[in-house]
Ligand binder design. Sequence first.
Ligand SMILES: C[S@@+](CC[C@H](N)C(=O)[O-])C[C@H]1O[C@@H](n2cnc3c(N)ncnc32)[C@H](O)[C@@H]1O
Length: 354
Amino acid sequence: VVSDPRSDAVWRYRHALTADDADRHPCYRELCRRLGESEVAADLLASVPVEHRNPMLVLAALHYSALGGDDRLAGLYADLGSGTQDPVRFATAVVAVVEADPTVVSSQLHRTTQTNEIGRSAILQPVLRELRARGLEHIDVVDVGASAGLNLYVDHYRVVESPGADDTALVSESLGELPTGPMPLIGARTGIDLNPLDLRQEDDARWLRACLWPEDARRMRRLELIERASAGWEPLRMLKGGVLERLGDALEGATTEQPSVLWHTWAAAYFPPEVQREFGDRMRTIVRSGRVAWVSVEWPVMVPEMGLPEPGGEPPREGSCQIAVAMPGAAPEHWGWSQHHGRWVSLSPPGPKA
Ligand SMILES: C[S@@+](CC[C@H](N)C(=O)[O-])C[C@H]1O[C@@H](n2cnc3c(N)ncnc32)[C@H](O)[C@@H]1O
């Protein structure tokens, strides 16, 4: 148990990346290590309320300044995607900037981590295919903690097992068999977020990009391509506000007779404990009414108050999100696991298929 905010911040920098992510992002791995050794950086993260005290916020703040042309950082970040930067040189130089001028980070700490990870649509797709096989053919969808709402376009993305020429495709490995039937037809697409990001606004688009990890050049490129394409896709209904305030509005005005599907991916992790508890209770009541199916994709240790089902076994790999689903009228059940950005998915829904 970590007692004071400073030690908590240091612990968080040290555990910011999974082993797998650290291997693929050596500059970010080194940067987290060096930030964890810096008293200035520890104090910056410690100043953030505990539910938002995520080292990714500091990484995003620095990346945001670099994208904005800060002349101390822009050059250091410019070629991170090429894999040629020396991690120690990069991290040392960035931490020196933070220590000389902490405002480069503190000026962005009013924000929150708002990564809109499109890769998570590769987790939602097989779940939705399974829901369709179980009778949900035409649905409205709600994404809680939707950020810019890009996962509300879940049915627009192609999922492939390994990267190819198409940079917009989501790369995801299936561990075991996944449902391959059709997706449901999607009617209304509604997102709830404390701060919905609007990609037509330059600052929102820059923050969204800043939340991505610049060493992952393909992910950066994919966001850019999808941002452009999505301007011509179906309109989204984005509701600004906390989940408890906007849940009722989001579920109103159904465009189909069938139950809606509500999901959240790496969002409940950011709700304070009392919000997790109340949201979980309200969802169980709403689902019992038969009007809604509920899909949760969250890292179990981060959502202890939600009352989600016990997985009843170990995840297939480290750093896994649990996929839990409540069919309309039923209790939530464990359906499987996924890598937190959707790089692999393992699904074994219980019970008979329709
Ligand atoms: C890490 S992002 C994940 C975004 C998206 N679900 C994804 O998977 O890419 C978490 C999002 O949840 C939103 N959020 C956090 N607490 C919230 C709350 N109490 N009510 C509504 N949205 C919230 C944040 O603003 C942020 O956009």
